[in-house]
Design a protein around this ligand. Structure first.
Ligand SMILES: Nc1ncnc2c1ncn2[C@@H]1O[C@H](COP(=O)(O)OP(=O)(O)OP(=O)(O)O)[C@@H](O)[C@H]1O
Length: 287
């Protein structure tokens, strides 16, 4: 589904951030990308959708070589990759619904998006997606009135509204408390499973990675030094990735999380019903 072939990035400063990284990710697989600061995790994620231009190597998505695409074709291909960011990248003064519908901007025409009028089907899909991420009670709240966890749920819903084949997720829990981090990670992995979506998740927290990922790729200084199941992240492997440290606490935390059960409480859908009764294409909260 996604294939990276000898992907290399040297920044203008001379930093060699990726050294011929080759990995293949089948449809539906959720991969955790771990490694110390500066290992090249963000660079790798951004080279896939060419927010950062690779210096050499190829990226293939479902048989399409992304690295060879010109601007228009690249824009179309990017619709197939939903991106979720650490800092959420929401438009603060816009509502939850408007932010989520912006995931459709690649599909609706320029004037329509400028006027923020979206097709009814997109609006219905946005309601369903917001319900799925537990935000149906907050659709008309402004983004700047949300908690960190709620903001990330908006980011997830926006990415899902693109109907992507792949999610590129850059440190989704770095700004969140431990409990919210677990909820967000659980949500991302659940929606990937429901939709058969592949994902690459840059994840700082090794215990979270051990708990939620199907496969771990460990980067060190721009090179893959581990590629395997989360159970394979022994103290020796973690030392190889991050350097010498006492890993017993991290390993135990991951095992404890694995033993933990339960999902985030559903949010009442009253507000969604009220919005859903609005006729026609919703002129989305032009307040
Ligand atoms: N825009 C840039 N210009 C020059 N060098 C950069 C740029 N972005 C990243 N680098 C360098 O590339 C290397 C990899 O950085 P990158 O941000 O991809 O690592 P990371 O693993 O995501 O780190 P962190 O976990 O701290 O975010 C580092 O040496 C970094 O200094």
């Amino acid at each position: 589904m996604l294939r990276l072939e000898a992907l290399t990035k040297r920044y203008k400063t001379g930093d060699l951030a990726l050294k011929a990284v080759s990995i293949e990710i089948p449809a539906g697989q959720v991969v955790g990308l771990i490694g110390p600061s500066g290992a090249g995790k963000s660079t790798l994620i951004r080279c896939i959708n060419r927010l950062v231009e690779p210096s050499a190597g190829c990226v293939w998505l479902k048989g399409l070589e992304l690295t060879g695409l010109r601007r228009g074709a690249l824009r179309r291909a990017r619709r197939r990759m939903g991106m979720i960011f650490q800092e959420y990248a929401l438009v603060e003064r816009l509502t939850v619904m408007e932010n989520v519908l912006s995931g459709q901007l690649g599909y609706v025409g320029f004037w329509r998006s400028l006027l923020r009028r979206f097709p009814p089907a997109a609006v219905s899909q946005a309601f369903a997606t917001l319900d799925r991420v537990g935000l149906s009670a907050h659709v008309d709240k402004r983004a700047d009135a949300l908690s960190g966890g709620q903001r990330q749920r908006v980011g997830i819903a926006r990415a899902l509204l693109q109907n992507p084949d792949l999610l590129l997720v850059d440190e989704p829990t770095a700004s969140l408390d431990p409990k919210t981090s677990r909820q967000i990670m659980r949500l991302i992995t659940e929606v990937c499973e429901e939709r058969g979506l592949a994902a690459i998740i840059n994840i700082h927290d090794v215990a979270l990675a051990r708990r939620f990922m199907q496969r771990i790729v460990g980067l060190r200084a721009g090179e893959v030094v581990y590629d395997g199941p989360p159970e394979g992240l022994s103290a020796d492997v973690l030392t190889q990735i991050y350097g010498e440290e006492d890993w017993s606490g991290t390993i135990q935390a991951g095992d404890e999380m694995a033993a933990e059960a339960g999902a985030p409480a559903p949010v009442p859908a009253r507000e969604a019903v009220r919005f859903a009764r609005e006729p026609g294409a919703l002129a989305v909260a032009l307040k």
